[in-house]
Every structure is written in C-alpha cells, then in structure tokens.
Write a protein that binds this ligand. Structure first.
Ligand code: NCD
Length: 306
C-alpha cells in the first residue's frame, strides 16, 4: 500500500502522470463523476484548514464518493488522549483513504505505519505539505507551460512555511531552476532544505532580504504568510509579520509574464489591489488544488478510468 507523506514519495514520472490526469479532469470533468462511487475519504484535521480540507472533500464529491471526518482536534478523541495510531486504525475501518493534517511534524508518517488504508499528509507542522506541492506544480505548469528553466523567488516565512519546503524539495529534480530566497534573517530556509537539498544537489540559490532588489529577475514569485502559530513568542511575530507586502508599485519592475503564487490564506503580504493584475495566479491555484486532489485520490485508490 502506498502513502503520500513526503513530496519525494512521488517520482517525477508519477507527478507527470498526476498532472496529466488533473488536466484531463479539468478538460472533461463529467467523465470522472462516478469514478469513486461507493468509496469514502476521511479528512482528519487536527489543525485549522479551509482550502486543503474543503478541496479534498469537494474532490471526492466530484468523483462520486463520500466524505467523513473532523476539522479540529477538539472534536476528535485526541482530546481524550487517543494516539494517531489508534485513530487511523479505527478510521481505516470506516474509510478507504485518509487525508490527515497535524501540528506535529511526522504525525502522518507515524499514522501511516499502522494504517490499514492509504494516508495522505495534508500538512504536518512546519515540515511538508505534498498535496499543496502538487497544486503548485500544476499551477506552474499551466501558467508557464513548463516545470524547468525558471527563476523562482520564495518570499516570507521560509523557516516555518511547509509549502515552501515541500515545493523546493519536489522541484529539485527538474532542470535549470534558480532559487531566490527572500526573507528576514530570522526566517531563513532551514538547513534540511538549504544544505540537504540545494547544496547537496548543487542547485543555484541566493538568500536576500529585499524583494525590490530581485523582483525584476523572477519568473515566479511564491509569497507566503508569516506562520504565527509556529512562533515561540508573539512579539517576534508582530515584529516580522509585515516585512513584505507585495503591492502594485513593487510589481512595476517585475516581468510582464511573472506568475504570482500564494498557497493562501493571505494575511497582509499581498495587497488586494494586486488581485486584478493578470499576473496574480493564487485563486486559480486554489482551484487547481481541487483537480489535482481528484487525480491523486483516483490514483491512490487504483481507480483511474481507461
Ligand atoms: C498552507 C498551509 O496550511 O501550510 N495553506 C494551505 O494549505 N493552502 C499555507 C499557510 O497556512 O500559510
């Protein structure tokens, strides 16, 4: 049985197949409306979510399947002291596949060791978020027509942003990508990405503090919010939260075909005035998240139609 815990659990070929399938779903959604008839997806969310949980649930519904689950740890038996091992062994009796989000790094991996059904990591602490990565890859491919030969700027909270860690790791297998990592010194990318991925694979990157200094070089600007819930103290969060605010003025020096991505939720880091700029891709990106999860659910359940 396969689980999806780390973005590297999928080979480049498997990612390619998933993106192709997602594009087919986008083109002909009606052909997929009964594929998961009689199947159930459980969403076990021990941490808040809007897009990830609802797009998983919408994806399963659009495949003709059903959904069950909980949206906060408070409404589960975790509050009574149940371990994730026990929770998934029980939920595995009721559902065919499980999407789990948890504030502790590694919790979905631990759960997968005892689960009778496939587990999808829907975000584990500041660690990884592989289905957001699939969403981001589909978006880059659809916006740019390619997944290589790009200069990508990651901006904001690169320390705690799990979507950033996941996407850099997945993209490290594509050709000729240059990274510009834009963050305050306190929120730089952790060593398990900088040293273990970028340096080990000799991938070109630079770390800078100013967005203005580099924005004209970028093909993709991946904005992130400062991850308040992962800070050790509120004063540091308050000091750092508005370090970067992308506005129409800063975009004047950007390329005309820049793609602006953001996993959302947005706090202050992108002015709402930017939303009307054709370079703003983040709402299309959120929609892509549903389609790529449809492709993933079908693939993991072995239900891809001929
Ligand atoms: C992200 C997450 O949960 O890591 N959101 C999402 O899934 N789209 C980003 C974030 O919370 O900042």
């Amino acid at each position: 049985m396969r689980h999806l815990i780390d973005p590297m659990d999928l080979s480049v070929e498997e990612i390619d197949d998933l993106l192709k399938l997602a594009n087919q779903v986008i083109a002909h959604p009606e052909q997929y409306s009964e594929v998961c008839h009689g199947k159930k997806l459980a969403t076990l969310f021990f941490e808040p979510s809007t897009r990830t949980r609802l797009s998983f649930e919408a994806a399963m519904m659009e495949l003709g399947g059903n959904v069950l689950g909980f949206s906060s740890a408070d409404s589960s038996s975790a509050t009574k002291g149940e371990s994730v091992h026990d929770t998934v062994q029980v939920v595995g009796c009721y559902a065919d596949i499980i999407a789990m989000r948890h504030p502790k790094e590694g919790a979905p991996l631990l759960a997968s060791l005892k689960s009778p059904v496939p587990i999808i990591n829907a975000g584990d602490g500041g660690h990884y978020h592989p289905t957001q990565t699939l969403t981001d890859l589909l978006t880059i491919q659809r916006e740019k027509g390619k997944l290589g030969n790009l200069t990508i700027g990651f901006c904001g909270d690169l320390m705690f942003g799990r979507t950033v860690h996941s996407l850099i790791k997945a993209l490290s297998r594509y050709d000729n990508i240059r990274y510009i990592l834009i963050s305050p010194p306190e929120l730089r990318i952790p060593d398990y990405i900088r040293v273990e991925i970028l340096e080990k694979k000799n991938i070109p990157y630079m770390e800078v503090e100013s967005m203005e200094q580099v924005i004209s070089e970028l093909d993709i600007l991946y904005m992130t919010r400062v991850q308040r819930e992962r800070f050790f103290n509120e004063a540091d969060y308050v000091r750092l939260k508005d370090t970067y605010i992308l506005d129409t003025d800063k975009l004047k020096s950007a390329k005309s075909d820049l793609s602006i991505l953001h996993p959302l939720p947005r706090v202050n880091e992108i002015s709402t005035k930017v939303d009307d700029d054709p370079r703003a891709c983040y709402f299309r990106q959120a929609l892509n998240g549903k389609y790529v999860r449809m492709a993933l659910i079908m693939t993991m359940l072995g239900l891809i139609p001929d």
